[in-house]
Design a protein around this ligand. Structure first.
Ligand code: PMP
Length: 553
């Protein structure tokens, strides 16, 4: 696979050269730089000492490197002082730290918190909980039908009663770059604090928090080629001083006596306990790498994104979401008449990793009136050939999912086969060679499913724990189990048909005595199912068993 100048810095790709693995899920987590791995390993192998505590020379040297890393991050985001950089375990912790601190002493009755409809749950739930606890109003900046923030309506929401505006710099679900400059300016006018979730921005855009003049800016290390379990909270120093500590313990204190305890000034005030030292060193390396290569990365990512857009736009029935003219190299899409989960499963079988679902942005999916999208998220290490491979695979998978197919004939899903013989659907799956045929047969099998009428698709029939929506209804007809079910996913409908074929027509006692695990193993199904699909199937079987248990006496 042809390379680019960034790719050799990421060992992930050299490991998979024999069997190409097209990684298009960098917004979930990016691949890690060799530089990051090296410094992390070096710390654990050669310099594993604590920081800020021991006085021996190795501890002093690592403490200096640890504190120097704060200055590296300060430069990376253009902060005024290294004292404004707080180490956390990720963006989620950074958000919770600020939210719980502000909840303690900042808000007053009548205040309103403004968030956007595009937010990751991490930048919704903490604010929502505070609003509930303190009886404040949570206002939601709206999006248009494509998922683009409605700027004027959003600006209009920010009023004299607004105490805080919290918004992502870039939407993780759609890739849109939000107009945070205008929102920050309006928030300042009304005296509101501004909280920016930069988790999806920092590895793609040059960020300068002083120019932005935001009050808080947060991000995670693992989405910028750095370590997991490592994040940053930037806050203006005066504000950090006012926030109470988040956790209490060693290193964040100045003096402890049973009469009184005093705390360190920021940032140490927020860093109780032994920090993720290797993570801090790794994150600093990652940010240096990005800073050195920033311009060429932006140019390369732009080219990749244009190629991705052209590929998607050329495929009929593909609908793109978000603002394609103002986006990082992330694109969400759906395909008319095709379930996104099914598509992602088939792409995965072709070694193409994309993300499917609500992307931890359920309110956004509700606003767009969709269950989820497929998200392709690129990074500087991707290349044009991968987009080409993805494009061809996508066309093939859509073809497979939309091809007209005939039905396997069974009699009302009732298992009618002789002792020792498999039922028709099961037999067709068992005969299938490889995952491609297996999935084809599963989709054919789905056509045999006795579909659940719409009025029965309720919370009672919904199966919890499945990737896609699934409903099943069980009842006994003259002692024999009848099963009906449905799912928007063709593959899930196929799996339901397999299970229903095996269990329908049995008495509750017979169902409980039936070894479904062995039955499915005989069909070689388990090895072709992702873990989440496997878990979903277990949830379905669990629901049927529950019903049979309560009706087996
Ligand atoms: N905000 C955004 C925009 C994100 O994309 C994510 C991660 N998907 C988070 C917050 C949470 O980050 P983490 O899980 O690293 O704490």
């Amino acid at each position: 696979m042809p390379s680019n100048i960034f790719r050799p810095h990421f060992p992930f790709f050299s490991n998979t050269q024999s069997e190409p693995y097209v990684y298009l899920d960098s917004a979930a987590t990016s691949q890690k730089l060799q530089l990051v791995i090296d410094i992390t390993q070096q710390y654990y192998q050669e310099r594993s000492v604590n920081v800020h505590r021991s006085s021996h020379h190795l501890a002093a040297s690592v403490t200096e490197q640890f504190e120097q890393s704060r200055s590296t991050i300060q430069q990376f985001i253009g902060a005024k002082s290294h004292k404004e950089i707080v180490w956390t375990k990720g963006a989620t912790e950074s958000i919770n730290l600020v939210a719980s601190g502000l909840a303690n002493n900042y808000f007053k009755a009548g205040d309103r918190i403004v968030v956007s409809a595009l937010e990751h749950h991490a930048n919704i739930v903490p604010w929502q909980q505070i609003a509930e606890a303190l009886d404040l109003k949570l206002d939601v900046m709206p999006v248009d039908p494509h998922g683009v923030l409605k700027l004027q309506a959003s600006l209009d929401l920010i009023s004299d009663n607004t105490a805080l505006v919290a918004i992502g710099h870039v939407s993780n679900a759609l890739g849109n770059i939000n107009p945070i400059e205008a929102l920050i300016a309006k928030a300042k006018k009304v005296g509101a604090l501004t909280f920016i979730d930069g988790t999806q921005a920092v590895s793609h855009l040059a960020v300068n928090v002083q120019q932005l003049d935001c009050d808080f800016y947060v991000f995670s290390g693992h989405k910028m080629f750095g370590p997991t379990g490592m994040g940053v909270l930037y806050g203006k120093y005066a504000l950090l001083e006012q926030l109470p500590p988040y956790q209490l313990g060693g290193e964040m204190i100045q003096q402890v006596s049973f009469a009184k305890t005093t705390f360190q000034p920021p940032p140490l005030k927020f860093e109780a306990g032994t920090p993720n030292i290797a993570g801090v060193l790794g994150l600093a390396r990652a940010s240096e790498f990005i800073q050195v290569h920033r311009n060429s990365m932006i140019e390369h990512e732009h080219n990749l994104y244009q190629a991705l857009l052209a590929t998607l736009l050329a495929i009929p029935k593909v609908k793109l979401w978000g603002d394609n003219n103002n986006s990082i190299c992330v694109q969400s899409f759906t395909v008319q008449g095709v379930n996104p989960y099914d598509l992602a499963v088939l792409l995965d079988k072709r070694n193409i990793a994309v993300r499917v679902g609500d992307h931890c942005a359920m309110p956004l999916m509700s606003a767009l009136d969709i269950d989820g999208t497929i998200r392709v998220s690129l990074a500087a290490y991707n290349n044009l050939e991968e987009i080409n491979i993805f494009g061809h695979a996508l066309i093939e998978c859509i073809g497979l999912l939309t091809e007209p197919n005939t039905q396997i004939v069974t009699e009302n899903n009732v298992l009618k086969h002789k002792q020792g013989e498999l039922a028709p659907i099961a037999e067709s799956i068992k005969q299938a060679k490889g995952w491609d045929q297996t999935y084809r047969q599963l989709m054919l099998a789905g056509k045999n499913l006795v579909r659940l009428p719409q009025q029965y698709k309720t919370a009672t029939t919904a199966v919890q724990g499945c990737e896609s929506q699934v409903w099943i209804r069980c009842y006994l007809d003259a002692d024999k189990l009848v099963l009906e079910g449905d799912s928007p996913s063709k593959i899930v409908r196929g799996l339901l048909a397999v299970v229903f074929e095996a269990l329908s027509g049995k008495t509750a006692k017979q169902v409980l005595a039936f070894n479904l695990a062995d039955y499915l193993a005989e069909l070689h199904l388990a090895k072709h199912l992702s873990q989440s699909r496997g878990n979903g199937l277990s949830a379905v079987v669990g629901k049927i068993n529950e019903y049979c248990q309560s009706h087996s006496l």
